[in-house]
Design a protein around this ligand. Sequence first.
Ligand code: PMP
Length: 376
Amino acid sequence: MNRPWNFAAGPSTLPLDVLQQVAADLCDYQGSGTSVMEMSHRGKHYSRIRDEAEADLRTLLAVPDDFEVLFMQGGASAQNALVPLNLIGRNGLGRADYVLSGHWAKKSFVEAQRYGDIAVAATAETSQEIDGATYGSWCWLPEQSQWQVRQDAAYLHLCANETIGGIEQPVMPDMAALGAPEVPVVADMSSNILSRHIDFSRLGMVYAGAQKNAGPAGVTLVFVRKDLIGHASAQCPSVFDYAPVAKAQSMFNTPPTFAIYVAGLVFKWLIKQGGVAAMDAASTVKSRTLYQYLDASSLYESRIHPAVRSRMNVPFFLRDETLNAAFLAESEAAGLLALKGHKSVGGMRASLYNAMPLDGVQALITFMKDFEARHG
Ligand code: PMP
């Protein structure tokens, strides 16, 4: 099978082994006589699929026992409302702080304003001079030591990887060093979950839509420390209240069974590849290979501060933007799909999720060199 390299930002490329397994099981799941889509979520086949998916996810990320793992619906966008609805009332003050690192963090911040007293802990919305160079809006990150966090905030929210801007938080913040040791950190890891070790000792909650590194769209992964739940506001729909969802093992209502099944196959594939440590190492090599090429090229450029460049999403620009249309048409003809940058940023973007091998990145660079030789 001749599969093109798919650099889409999400939904995005899935491992071919997983797709083939899904195809083999599609009409008759392992002799059950039914598709996974057709079976009861409370039956024996599906219960095993769900339990294994959670167990494998816990293994992959070494999730501590004091964290619940929830499979929810509504995507990461629903979590933008559900985080405040569930957590902001925790200490009775209704305050939360947000780090604005790009499009997605800002969206979370704007949504949260409907639910409480929301403050900005740090923002990269304006441009900034660093080491003699100027970085534009959402192209850099404020030093963690400069973040202003209220000691009595119910939580601090950040986006660990900005899918559109191409920024990744290198480490999770040390809240004691920020003078707010009791404030749990909530991280949106939609676009870098399962690509690196998660230091849960520095986090109160993590959430991620599955459709980039974890599976198809339709299921949202939520990891939440047990002591933080049980304080949802009266307005929070029960189906989105972490406490009853946890109690029902994510079967408070009918879960997105097919999406969880496919995500479960992705988890098994990840374990076979060597787990998150192997994905972390591969992500570093893949992204470094592309950034080194961009930095050395006279046609292409990355505009992101080198210390915070994402390993997952690599936006880049052609210095001569009149070549954009030719670049996109020729790359697609060469079997390199979905390289168009997000409309708010322009240029190009290559997403290098776990299912994209180094061969795909090398194929991209080979094409880019050839394009540069012809048009540069
Ligand atoms: N956060 C991030 C970092 C994202 O990349 C996305 C989707 N691209 C979202 C939130 C929104 O996710 P969803 O579409 O699953 O609601």
